[in-house]
Design a protein around this ligand. Structure first.
Ligand code: HEC
Length: 460
């Protein structure tokens, strides 16, 4: 094991030596000088030492990893890259010797050496993430370097925002006191408390065991306060009760919405606060012009300058729409394009709305191809594609979106079976809808007929 622990020290040798070999290789070309035969020999010595140290560092790394202290995807990526460094470095040594025999090997040698250098950077990147956390370097880097290095502000935000209090605080209490009778193995009283739907539904009594937002109405809490000898008191018999502090944790958790593992709360509000915080007020003339054109423009919060823009009541000419929305691209957080004439240009514009959290494309000609740019709108929380030609395939690509909570998908070109499949794949994103209305989605580019299409269909 001690051998393995030397890995972080030793790995600096192959890095320095192999990079030095690469520098020595390009130096004569760069400086246009001849360095004589001693230079070639020295180069080869450095190369051999570099390759040898790469092999040692890699075996040390493997020993360290087999100790089990490190696990996960980053480790396997680092491992593959580290092994590649060793293999490529040794290949470079072999090819360097073959080059002396025949110039034909020169190209191969160059490729192997370049590969070694690249592998060193890749291994170093993943290794740095392992020891310092993934934001070690990129988090300290100035924009736009940070973005280039994959420091994604929304991803960072997401990590901060992700609800992990369930796993940290609530689950251990349930696990200690309740799940042996209301868990995966046993469901006394027909109640299971480790799954949200089951817990909300309750058991035999038909009362909800948990009512999100209302601890006092939740049977779970009520039973914890019953006198010990009451027949409904939980846990039953003389089993130890959760402590008062633990009961408070459970009650707080229910009061805050009883979010189970991986669930998000109010992403829209959270994002609006965060995204809007550094945005200057919108240009008043731009807002006034948009209003004059028939759009409903409202401020989302008195705490920020984000806007809700609804052009569904009076669909606009496409060119006008693009012109009017462009100056507000930072401010638009909610956008309702319902019934408008949608094409690729409009959706490209949408993809550039960096603070968009809610988008409605209801009653438009949007289809799987056109909707693609939407999967780049990372801040998106709610998407409405009701009455469009979108199919289940599109929803799958939306699963990349870190904050997405719901997709409204009534009357799309999705079969119920495909929708069910996507629902499972996308959980916890909710896909709402499925029933097919008798109304055909609008044709591409049709606008006039789109005003109040639902009412028209109902009247018929
Ligand atoms: C030793 C097993 C056991 C443990 C531990 C236990 N329960 Fe129960 N629980 C039961 C049994 C048996 C019933 C059914 C009888 C009843 O309704 O009182 C029940 C019923 C319930 C019900 C009513 C379900 C319904 O709708 O009928 C709730 C709520 C409940 N338990 C909550 C809890 C909570 C919360 C804990 C942990 C703090 C807990 N239980 C721990 C055995 C257990």
């Amino acid at each position: 094991m001690f051998y393995g622990h030397l890995h972080p020290l030793v790995l600096h040798f192959p890095i320095a030596l192999m990079l030095l070999v690469a520098v020595l290789e390009v130096l004569p070309t760069l400086t246009r000088q001849q360095f004589g035969s001693g230079y070639g020999k020295a180069k080869r010595v450095v190369l051999i030492l570099g390759a040898a140290s790469a092999v040692v560092a890699a075996t040390m790394g493997l020993t360290l990893a087999s100790g089990g202290a490190y696990e996960g995807e980053t480790v396997s990526l680092h491992k593959s890259a580290g092994i590649s460094v060793a293999v490529l470095a040794v290949s470079s040594v072999v090819l360097a010797y073959l080059t002396q025999r025949g110039a034909a090997f020169r190209g191969l040698y160059g490729t192997a050496l370049a590969g070694t250098v690249i592998a060193i950077f890749v291994a170093g990147h993943w290794g740095g993430n392992l020891t310092h956390g993934s934001r070690f370097l990129s988090g300290a880097a100035p924009e736009p370097l940070a973005t280039w290095m994959g420091e994604d502000r929304l991803a960072v935000l997401k990590a901060r925002y992700n609800n992990d209090s369930y796993a940290a605080d609530v689950e251990p209490i349930l696990d200690e006191h309740c799940l042996q009778c209301h868990g995966p193995d046993k469901q006394q009283g027909d109640l299971r408390l480790d799954l949200k739907d089951a817990a909300l539904a309750g058991g035999e009594s038909g009362r909800p065991a948990i009512e999100p937002g209302n601890p006092l109405a939740s049977d779970v809490i009520r039973r914890l306060f019953l006198p010990r000898d009451h027949e409904e008191a939980m846990p039953p018999d003389d089993r130890p009760r959760p402590s008062d502090e633990q009961i408070v944790v459970l009650a707080d958790w229910i009061a805050e919405g009883a979010l189970f593992a991986g669930e998000l709360s109010g992403a829209a509000g959270f994002l609006a606060d965060y995204l809007g915080s550094d945005i200057e007020p919108a240009d008043e003339t731009a807002v006034a012009t948009l209003r004059d054109a028939g759009a409903v423009v409202a401020s989302l919060s008195k705490d920020n300058n984000l806007l809700s823009v609804d052009v569904s009541l009076k669909p606009l000419d496409k060119a006008l729409l693009l012109d009017l929305l462009e100056p507000l691209s930072k401010h638009i957080a909610w956008l309702d394009l319902g019934g408008n004439s949608i094409d690729d240009d409009v959706l490209d514009m949408v993809a550039n709305l960096q603070n968009l959290t809610r988008l409605s494309l209801e009653n438009t000609a949007v289809d799987d191809k056109m909707i693609r740019p939407v999967s780049e709108v990372e801040s998106l929380v709610t998407l409405n594609v009701t009455n469009t030609r979108v199919t289940a395939d599109s929803f799958a690509s939306l699963s990349q979106l870190p904050f997405l909570e719901s997709v409204y998908a009534w009357n799309t070109e999705t079969t119920p079976a495909a929708l069910d499949e996507v629902r499972t794949a996308l959980a916890p994103v909710k896909i709402i809808g499925g029933a097919t209305l008798s109304l055909p989605p609008p044709e591409r580019g049709v606008n006039e007929v789109m005003e109040e299409p639902i009412d028209a269909a109902i009247d018929e």
